[in-house]
Design a protein around this ligand. Sequence first.
Ligand code: ZN
Length: 597
Amino acid sequence: MIHDGRTRGEPGTPDRLFAGAPLRLGLLFLSLLAGPVAGRAAEPLRVVVISPELKVTMREGEEVTLAVRPLPGEAVDAFIKRLTEDPRTKKEIEDQNEGFRLFRPDVFVYIPYRLLSDNYRRIAMEALFPADRGDGQGWAHVVAAPTGHPESLWRIAEWFTGDGANYREIRSAGKIASLETEVGQVVRIPSRLLLPGFRLQAQTEPEPPPLQFGKDESGRFAVYRLKRGEALYSAVVVRFTGRVHAEDVNAKAAEIARRNGIADVRQIPAGFAVKIPIDDLSPEFRPADDPVRIADEKSRLEAAQFVNRIKAANLAGVTFVLDAGHGGRDTGALVAGMEEAGAVYDLACRVDALLAQHTKARVLLTVRGKRPCGKADGDSAGGDWRTARVLTTPPYGLEDAATGVHLRWYLANSILRSAIAAGGSAQRTVFLSLHADSLHPAVRGAMVYIPGEKFLTGSFGKSGAVYASRREVREEPRVSFSRRDRIEAEGLSRDFAEKIVAAFRAAELPLHPFQPIRRNVIRGGREWVPAVLRYNRIPARVLVEVGNLNNSEDRKLLSARSFRDRVARALVSALIDFYGGRKEDTVTASRKVKGGG
Ligand SMILES: [Zn+2]
């Protein structure tokens, strides 16, 4: 259960479904026409604008170049490091850009593909070839001929493996008859040949389900053919529309059933072609030319520029702000006698204990009971969550759930300020909020929420005695974020979220099968970022819904101590992985620690 930060009756924020998309896209195209350009006289044949500061160009001969403007306040060396991760590339980049010495935020710097870091190579390729996909076996490149003629196997090998000569292996592995490629042809690059940036991607993205698109008197739609045993709720609504809350799933299922002339949703034959209105589809399932999908992709690529580059052996110097959702009088979701607050408080205690035992991370809890994290009592949730208070100065007794949520982000921001003042950095600080959801019973597994950039605009602060009496609020009563802050937060948070998803996969813990990482909540026709992330200044910040209490299997698992122990270990592994820890540093289940403690 998560909070949007509003108290009952408070007016909604203007973050209606996809409201910002068309305007945003318009700005992107305008920025392509405007703005001075350094050096380069020859006009590129193909330009993909990702953001006002970032575009990918491809010229005759499939020469790929990234055009980048420095971020406000970004120094030359930091810029080079960010784009290429190699300070030695500075000379060559300077030589290739007449205007580079000016180094102004309004002048584009051109960087050839081969000098780019793995991360930026991936961004460039995904921008030029949006139909490409990675999976467990490798990377599927769909020949798209961005400059008018199909890209050669040599170039494909060069882009994705770093060496054009690998075209032979790609050719033999894929039994590709001709050296000439054709538009639409799928060229598979085996995982072992891929550059690390593409390999990482390959492990985290499942194969997209097949959708066909069409149009009838009711408008444009996608068609999905139900497989044997699949239900409209889970196979269509939850998967393709991003709805997960029972009332939203049921309403959308009823709507789709009506549009398809289905009288009884429980009796749809296998193979039935379900028409789903385009406007109901999550952006990634829309047709490739859909403006909402294009804007969403670009926004994702823009944020992908920011990934964690800090390595911290044994998490030394890392401040980990660990937030157990709810507590005190706020039980959170309450299903069949099981309280969300109890389960996640126990989980937080386990994570805290594991980090103390295996790492040098400094862990700061946002809430704590009167007695410290205790031993778990049998299989029930351990810890003194009913007396939990938010650890502001003075502490807050959680009399009101919404106030409790706001005080948590004020506390997190205060912890970050102190960490920086003590010689730490924002990049060495991580925020993780633990929750368990109560969604449609068909929904299963963990989901990770990250702060979607477009939801972080404006400035925000709370007033009233309960806030004014807290030191953390007085330190900084209002917060707002620069565009750079917002994009960086989304990028770093996704990077951490991907580590969590990978750790859950490795530990075979249930994950939401579709989009386990989400930039926002969709509920009751509104889109929003949970308040505890929305106003939080810690760049890498996530909210993990460890399971769905309305799903009986998830509920049974979450009530078991052994399961919560495995989840805690996966979360600790993810944090170690985020800071470049090696596999052998990972806390495995074999290294037993006392439960609950
Ligand atoms: Zn919750």
